[in-house]
Design a protein around this ligand. Structure first.
Ligand SMILES: C[S@@+](CC[C@H](N)C(=O)[O-])C[C@H]1O[C@@H](n2cnc3c(N)ncnc32)[C@H](O)[C@@H]1O
Length: 321
């Protein structure tokens, strides 16, 4: 996936004039903090240089993950056409860029963000692009006062849980649900920890009456057992600035992510989800599935199955069957 041209141009303009050595140092620091998954309540994007490093080194990947998850929601709920977005922990406005690209009818957004540096850079970035009007809300999402009114038909929380102290999670589920008029999408890094945090919120949201849209084709307990974990992957093109900031040569990276989309109404259909890259061998394709019965299954489709085989060959990790 490539960043849409308006977002790429906005990032380039926001990074103009930043000395490369400073950007590389800030990127290394940010990468170490995210790898450590330190959840002590300290905000990682606490200054403008860290924020610029995020634009150069992390935003392309978080955009790709969020946009991919939104695509799954759009396919699962073809009649869902959100007019308003509330994004919790908005950072530079990644979810707004992705939602506006996925649902062109989006008309307004409330972007909740505690870090002044993130809000400042996010405001500059979103002003640079043709997006629906956005209100930036300065609030701590772990506090009861953080829910903008009224609820929006699309609520999002992307790559934020890994910055929150574990004690904040139980209260957060209710607050997110209160803000959701239609669909709530949560995206986390595709690590075992990210998957566990999503699982905790899934249980809390189901107890509040949410219906699962994706990736699970059921509301039963997750059948995936550690050391395995449910995650997906999206290949992201690296721009020149992205490569320079990360001091890397490879022109792409694979972003692993876990996600959950829930809704106030049941999704129209429940289809098995492909949980790993399909294994293709001579004359057959083997798929690892999570089924609507809440079980893991392997399905092998062979050349003898004709059109099903041809269809299976086109399927990818994360698709539904
Ligand atoms: C890793 S960034 C993700 C930004 C964006 N959602 C994305 O997907 O690219 C996490 C964001 O959550 C914000 N954040 C962390 N803790 C927060 C809190 N308690 N209240 C509001 N925002 C918070 C951080 O300042 C940061 O901008």
């Amino acid at each position: 996936m490539e960043l849409p041209a308006p977002l790429r141009a906005a990032v380039d303009r926001t990074l103009e004039g930043v000395p490369l050595a400073d950007l590389q140092r800030a990127t290394r620091r940010l990468t170490e903090r995210y790898r450590a998954e330190t959840r002590d309540g300290t905000m990682h994007l606490d200054d403008e240089l860290a924020m610029r490093a995020y634009l150069a080194a992390r935003l392309p990947a978080t955009y790709a993950a969020v946009r991919s998850a939104m695509q799954v929601v759009a396919a699962a709920c073809p009649d869902f056409s959100p007019r308003a977005l509330i994004d919790f922990g908005a950072g530079p406005g990644t979810a707004l860029f992705a939602a506006a690209d996925c649902w062109p009818g989006l008309g307004r957004a409330a972007l909740v963000e505690a870090s002044p540096a993130a809000r400042h850079i996010g405001q500059a970035l979103t002003r640079e692009a043709p997006l629906p009007p956005a209100e930036w809300v300065a609030a701590d999402i772990t506090a009861a006062t953080a829910v903008p009114q009224p609820a929006a038909d699309l609520a999002t929380l992307c790559y934020v849980l890994d910055e929150l102290p574990p004690a904040a999670l139980p209260g957060l589920a209710g607050r997110l649900w209160q803000a959701t008029g239609g669909v709530l999408l949560i995206v986390e890094p595709g690590t075992p920890g990210g998957w566990r945090r999503i699982g905790d919120l899934r249980a809390a949201l189901l107890s509040l009456g949410a219906y699962v849209v994706a990736p699970c084709p059921h509301a039963l307990p997750c059948p995936v057992v550690p050391p395995d974990w449910c995650h997906f992957s999206r290949r992201v093109a690296r721009s020149r600035m992205h490569r320079l900031a990360k001091s890397g040569d490879v022109p792409w990276e694979d972003e692993k992510f876990s996600y959950l989309a829930v809704s106030r109404t049941p999704p129209p259909a429940r289809e098995a989800r492909i949980l790993a890259p399909p294994r293709t061998a001579k004359g057959h394709v083997t798929l690892k599935l999570c089924t609507p019965e809440g079980k893991l299954a392997q399905r092998t489709v062979s050349k003898r199955d004709g059109e099903s085989y041809r269809a299976a060959r086109r399927l990818d990790w994360g698709d539904s069957l």
